[in-house]
Design a protein around this ligand. Structure first.
Ligand code: GLV
Length: 309
């Protein structure tokens, strides 16, 4: 009986140590180390290669090393019936709330213009926007989105939240469903996307949605690259319908070197760092998940495959 660890990054060592401490009898195999596939009971994965999980006949659970599970569900050979568990919050809600606050302040305080002026040694004072005039709309109101919305509200920003099904968050004006999305976006000076990627939310940030936002609005995408229709963003920025974007996630990662986003004057690019899984923050949760599974209990974070998160 083995734990199989698969991640594109080479960050396996802290996980091996944590598992060695918690389950000294449980062998920990880091892909692509050789081993018996029949022995694998738990797969701890980030972006597993397609077909890998279907080769493990005795798999008892798949655990995502992050909040998202789109990287698992996209495998056409994903074994049916094996529970998938996602991390609920292992520090990324706070990280993503901070990133969102930073992004909103960046645009509110006109940093893109000041940075451009600095490059020209141009001393020109521009008025910052008033916080009360910067209504922020947070798309996604789960553990992460709720935290993002509350952090922004605590700074005095008027905050709205949108989710697919109705949700309440203290102090936040909430909207839901397709009809709610129109009303929500029509008032959002900044839209911050933290939605999970599902067939229903793919391409949600498109020309039609940008067109209903107030002219010159901003988009912050820390959900998934496939939420955003890239050409529609470029067109909306070029026409002035959108004023700028801060993007952390992309359809193709790493973002290809010749991608137009890299050098676009109205786009800030960061390399998928808004919410990262830090082993020291997440290991207690993962160990607890395995402990519960070993006791025959179903841990929280079970993914509903039909919902996609
Ligand atoms: C990061 O993108 C995650 O899903 O945790």
């Amino acid at each position: 009986m083995t734990v199989l660890f698969y991640s594109e990054s080479d960050a396996s060592e802290p996980w091996r140590e944590a598992f060695g401490r918690a389950f000294p009898q449980l062998p920990f195999r880091v892909w692509p180390e050789p081993g018996a596939d029949e022995a694998v009971r738990y797969a701890l994965v980030w972006k597993p290669e397609a077909g890998l999980l279907s080769r493990l006949p005795n798999l008892k659970a798949i655990i995502s090393l992050g909040a998202g599970v789109d990287h698992i569900l996209r495998d056409p050979q994903l074994p049916q019936g094996v529970p998938i568990i996602r991390l609920r919050d292992a520090g990324f809600a706070q990280q993503m709330a901070e990133y969102s606050v930073y992004a909103v302040l960046h645009f509110q305080h006109r940093m893109p213009e000041f940075l451009a002026q600095q490059r020209q040694a141009d001393w020109r004072q521009l008025e910052p926007g008033l916080t009360r005039d910067w209504r922020v709309g947070v798309m996604g109101l789960g553990a992460i989105g709720g935290r993002v919305a509350q952090r922004l509200a605590a700074l005095g920003f008027p905050v709205m939240g949108w989710s697919r099904s109705a949700k309440r968050v203290d102090g936040i004006e909430t909207f839901h469903g397709e009809s709610g999305l129109h009303n929500f976006l029509s008032r959002a000076r900044v839209a911050v996307n933290v939605l999970p990627l599902t067939p229903q939310t793919e391409d949600i940030l498109d020309a039609r949605r940008f067109a209903v936002m107030p002219r010159g609005a901003f988009v912050v995408n820390i959900g998934r690259g496939a939420h955003l229709v890239e050409q529609d963003l470029l067109d909306a920025l070029d026409s002035g319908q959108l004023g700028g974007a801060m993007l952390d996630v992309f359809r193709e990662e790493p973002l290809p070197r010749n991608h137009p986003f890299w050098h676009h004057p109205k786009i800030v690019v960061t390399p998928h760092v808004a919410g990262v899984t830090i082993p020291s923050e997440a290991e207690a949760q993962v160990i607890e998940i395995v402990r519960q599974l070993e006791c025959g209990e179903m841990p929280p974070g079970l993914v509903d495959r039909s919902r996609g998160y």
